[in-house]
Design a binder for this molecule. Sequence first.
Ligand SMILES: *Cc1c(COP(=O)(O)O)cnc(C)c1O
Length: 802
Amino acid sequence: MFSSVEEFEWNYKEKLESMHGKSISESSIQEQYETLGTMIREYISEDWLATSEQYRLERKKQVYYLSIEFLLGKLLKSNLIHLGLRELCESGLNKLGISLATLEEFESDAGLGNGGLGRLAACFLDSLASQNLPGHGCGIRYKHGLFDQKIVDGYQVELPEQWLKYGNVWEVRRDDQSIDVLFGGEVEAYKSKDRLEFRVHGAEAIKAVPYDLPIIGYHTNTVNTLRLWSAEASSHSSNKSLMKYKREAEAVSEFLYPDDTHDEGKILRLKQQYFLVSASIQRIVDSYKEQYGDIRKFHHEIAIHVNDTHPVLAIPELMRILIDIEKLSWEEAWEITTQTISYTNHTTLSEALEKWRIDLFQPLLPRIYMIVEEINERYCKELWKKYPGDWRRIENMAIIAHGVVKMAHLAIVGSKSVNGVAEIHTEILKQREMKLFYEYEPAKFNNKTNGITHRRWLLQCNPELSGLIRDSIGDDWIYEPTQLDNLLKYENDESFLNELMLVKKKRKEVLENYVHYTNGIALDTDSIFDIQVKRMHAYKRQLLNVFHIMYLYNRLKEDSHFKMHPRTFIFGAKASPGYYYAKKIIKLIHSVANIVNNDRYINQFIKVIFVENYRVSLGEMIFPAADVSEQISTASKEASGTGNMKFMMNGALTIGTLDGANIEILREVGENNIFTFGLTADEVLNYYQHGGYKSSDYYHHDSRIKKVLDQLLYGLFPLPRVEFEEIFDSLMSYNDEYFLLRDFSSYVKAHDKINHSYQNKREWATKSLYNVAKSGFFTSDRTIREYASDIWNIQQRSFHHS
Ligand SMILES: *Cc1c(COP(=O)(O)O)cnc(C)c1O
């Protein structure tokens, strides 16, 4: 089908005709896209089948990565690159008068996630397949992914996202693999022989229908599977009115993160979690049994990973199946479960630690709740033996306490491995957040520093830079990205460094074009592109960035001798729909942008841009265009970050706190090639623990800070005083929880250094080179290899490059 351009052309025309009954000239872009996608899906179907067949024949242990989010982005381009077919398709389509880029552009982002956690899951699938590892994803096929963001008058407006509007060419619906998931009902205990058994009466079934997506490895014939479950009405249910039942069933996979400010939304969220977990584990057990038979060896052949606590009901669900259906004893079931499951922690923010109220949990999942209760009782007894009389400690470690189920505790107790996502994060877990658990079972805890797939985040999104790298050091880095450090031999090569800066300039022009078109503002591509893109959150401190801009504005206004290299500050961020404070910061960025961008004088030095609807495909345009990467979270708050790695890999220099993976970036590039500032994590945590911080001192003693804060309330924006009052109050009345005022002055100094350093083009280019050259450590291939050997114990299948 794809062996020559001519053959492709012929087949494409044929396919378009058979699918849509149209000639090329009559067809729409949507039909052209669908035709190409279908051809590719059919082309890989043989490898897809062969991959699972070979896993089976070689009796490879399989890992299933359970995640409530998979932030895949677009798939057409990466699939073509991975298959090595992109150039051929491009030429073939060209001859037919079709632009491949247009079809790639047409595709919707699969936005089944919020941010870092979901994107990590997507990078991991890519790294599993590309390294021929038997690993698959299990998730939910949300009808609507993360909302589309519109900005109206500086305020965020959320629109329902519609990625399935034209269907999804990559998915295969597998009706034969559908399975019922049960909710509610009453648990009945009964005696069978000598055993106490349990069954549930009057439960309501929701049918889980899997849609399988192929995950295509890079230049290999491995094709793994991402299975996304969709909720439908089951034929086995209901006493309710059929329409109402159908609506309620389908609601389970309707939205990513339904509004959970009310109990109804909370219950729906818990339903989603159990829906994902139960459907996945039932099917994993079925297919295991079909191949191996003996359930007692399950953990030898299967590993199940839970990405954060959302899928942690995998633990009691596997227990339920092993005990109630497979009739194992509690002890046998517990041994198998705790040898199968592993867990990654992604945050220490207390508001993100999941706790489920018993009065919501128990009625929805009565048998599961019973099992969690028993896990808790047995665990507390065990603790009592080790710490007799230490009630306080046991209460703090219990899974159920004060009317709630603590999901992180369940995850730790029921897993064989608990990992953090960057060195400092894992240390904080061990020394603080999870200290008691670490003392009890130190061997369970380990670090796996996050990574990103260098295929999407360098090879695909930055062809100019990958081209330059290939021309200089060849292709080995694509298979082993630590080879990128061979680039360091060009450290003193003027013409190479010029090329590197030319590539950057080109990528800035691409972004300039987009911003010019969407925001109607022309940018100076000789200015420093200083970029902060990530979810909007107080701890990520976009506000600190804004304060720095306001300070520069003030300084330029006050001191006509003050000059700076022109800067373009670019923001992109969605705020959670219910996160009022984050939305205020979006409004503030727009208000500052209005002042700055419309001031003739200031305008020569600063511009402020907010790009709407930040998402994976937009990131692919943004990261390559950055000179400066803003990674300025309050130290100790950002578990790892992965945006920081994407910027670095594309040659941006980081301005960052000693937080998350920034610390490891510093270690890789050395202190000359990064701009660090601010409190350390220990200093922050000590403030939290012992007090001693008074934000008003900084307001009163630093006139720069006072001026900026006062401007929030009056004198700068043509807005009522109340508009930014909450922001002012959070810093003054509530003592600035995230230490913006404390870090302000060292942040300004770091920016001064950037300004100074950029004056010397050659010096800057060398620093940029170091960032690219040392980014290999942050490939998710490395991360996945660590998971594979230390946690999952899985092996590559035998393969050949294709
Ligand atoms: C990488 C990525 C993130 C994570 O960014 P952080 O800076 O690590 O928070 C969020 N959203 C998208 C679309 C991404 O690609």
